[in-house]
Design a protein around this ligand. Structure first.
Ligand SMILES: O=C(O)CCC(=O)C(=O)O
Ligand SMILES: [Fe+2]
Length: 528
């Protein structure tokens, strides 16, 4: 299916292995003579170029070769990557910018660099869709380079900032600090719970990786802090203590994951704590930059918190090997509030983080078959805007901006092969630093008729009420439980603080009827 050139395939070029039987003739043919653009097109339509990067590169080389037979493979690969692996399109682009490309192809020669970073800018100097706009006109990227059924692979932070709602910072921590944190989290992850189970399409499935929630000791009640202090190293708190281990609250509820109470919540570790101010600083800078360069009128988004971002919680994920992954989802806003910002630090094995923009549409067809407790099955429309793959190497900080959770979905796709990391072997650790807002403490937000804190969601796909927030029952996600039909629209002030209606109690029990289309709104494959 995936017809795109990847860097993994490129490695095969450097240490060639015998091509599969059906391909050898084509490769030799392509290498042995010049192919025309028409032939390239024909190969495309025959499906030949889908199969082998070697074939594509050979074809492209013969189309752009200046006669020396010595064209730089890295630059050719860049050219192919920028055109979704299409030889025809790549050669067309080459022909229209022959002079620029000839220079690039020659410059690249003999450098010997195995550059992993591919930049759209180096290919299309005008690829940043906002580069020519005045600050007032800047808004979300006008032209999304990804398309239905296609994946755009991005490596360069400038491209990532321009085409996704994220900022990427490479080599974020001093090298030793990153390794220390990685070692510490690897030891922690040894005792992470087995993968979470949750309900998907009426079946109980598990998210194939392990994870754990960490909270700042400074944000919990004094009683809880007193109990935690001597256990800082052991970190793990037993179930009886959890109820105290909630931001300044004595609630009997506490934090939940997919409806179930978390059985293991830990205090942040010493290295997580020492890295936190650096993450905080970088995220706040990136948010300011994003506001001035990307948002209409250079103003924060409606409901985005105007206060500086202050992480007091971190969700840590451990992916043990390329087969461990996380499906398409948006992070729940329940404790973060609307327009949340998240700082996500990647350590160990490099993996692909995929994002796709949610294209709202009219759901008249879905409405008929939906019901309140059944998640919507993925459809072709999920891919309406294509996917963008962001390469996340060791020690990179990905900042997910305020437009991310409401308007985009993300996933960590399984990897067919991975490059082992010197410290973590086959493992990747991901720390998502989060600002759990005091106004969204579980005891302050609405409770449903099952008597658990409701979750906060936003209408993402339906055009009707698109962008409106609502509280709903979460119990339906707990394996073996049916949820209630609790539903209430959520209102916020400009900073995203919940507004209560006159006469409404803190636990808010207002319910609206006529919401039998809820199923179409429950889109996440993984809920948090
Ligand atoms: O592992 C990652 O990079 C992302 C994890 C994630 O999406 C999450 O924790 O919500
Ligand atoms: Fe997530």
């Amino acid at each position: 299916m995936d017809a795109f050139v990847t860097r993994q395939k490129k490695r095969k070029l450097r240490t060639p292995s015998p091509p599969p039987v059906g391909h050898s003739t084509t490769t030799r043919k392509a290498l042995g003579k010049s192919v025309t653009s028409n032939e390239a097109n024909e190969a495309h339509s025959n499906g030949l170029e889908e199969d082998s990067t070697e074939v594509k590169l050979a074809m492209l080389a013969s189309l752009v070769d200046d006669g020396s037979g010595n064209t730089d493979q890295d630059m050719l690969l860049d050219l192919l990557l920028a055109h979704d692996g299409s030889v025809a399109l790549a050669s067309e682009a080459f022909q229209s910018h022959r002079e620029t490309w000839t220079k690039k192809l020659k410059l690249g020669r003999g450098s010997g660099a195995i550059g992993l970073q591919t930049s759209l800018r180096s290919l299309f100097p005008s690829s940043d869709p906002r580069s020519s706009l005045s600050p007032e006109k800047k808004g979300p990227a006008a032209t999304l380079l990804s398309k239905r059924g296609r994946t755009l692979f991005l490596y360069d932070p400038v491209d990532i900032g321009a085409h996704t709602p994220c900022t990427l910072v490479h080599n974020f921590l001093p090298a030793e600090a990153a390794n220390d944190l990685l070692r510490e989290m690897m030891a922690e992850a040894e005792s992470f719970d087995t993968p979470h189970t949750f309900k998907l399409f009426e079946q109980v499935v598990s998210s194939p990786h392990t994870s754990c929630l960490y909270l700042e000791p400074g944000t919990v009640s004094t009683a809880a802090k007193a109990r935690m202090a001597p256990r800082r190293d052991a970190a793990k708190i037993d179930r009886a203590e959890q109820d105290l281990f909630v931001l300044n609250s004595d609630t009997h509820d506490g934090y939940r994951y997919n409806g179930s109470r978390l059985s293991d919540i830990r205090t942040v570790t010493p290295h997580m704590e020492s890295v936190r101010p650096l993450v905080q600083d970088a995220v706040n800078k990136a948010v300011q930059e994003r506001i001035t360069t990307h948002y209409p009128g250079a103003r924060k988004l409606k409901y985005q918190n105007s206060q500086p971002w202050k992480p007091n919680a971190a969700f840590v994920n451990c992916y043990n090997g390329g087969e461990e992954s996380v499906g398409w989802h948006s992070d729940h806003l329940t404790y973060l509030g609307p327009r949340a910002v998240i700082g996500s630090l990647s350590l160990g094995v490099a993996r692909e983080f995929r994002v796709r923009r949610i294209v709202p549409r009219d759901h008249s067809a879905d409405n008929a078959s939906s019901s309140a407790s059944i998640a919507r099955k993925p459809t072709q429309d999920d891919d309406a805007a294509g996917q963008i793959s962001i390469h996340l190497p060791h020690n990179s900080l990905l900042i997910m901006h305020a437009e991310m959770q409401e308007e985009w979905k993300h996933s960590v796709s399984p990897a067919a092969s991975i490059d082992p990391h010197s410290v973590s072997g086959r493992k990747r650790i991901n720390i998502t630093y989060r600002d759990y807002r005091a106004e969204f403490r579980p005891e302050l937000t609405p409770r449903c008729r099952c008597d658990i804190a409701a979750i906060l969601r936003v209408v993402q796909r339906k055009q009707e009420n698109h962008g409106r927030y609502f509280w709903m029952c979460h119990a339906g996600n707990i394996p073996g439980r049916q949820g209630c039909t609790y539903f209430q629209w959520a209102e916020f002030d400009d900073d995203g603080r919940p507004l209560r209606r006159t006469g409404e109690k803190a636990t808010g029990q207002r319910e609206q009827t006529g919401f039998d289309n809820l199923g179409v709104l429950i889109e996440e494959q993984k809920a948090k």
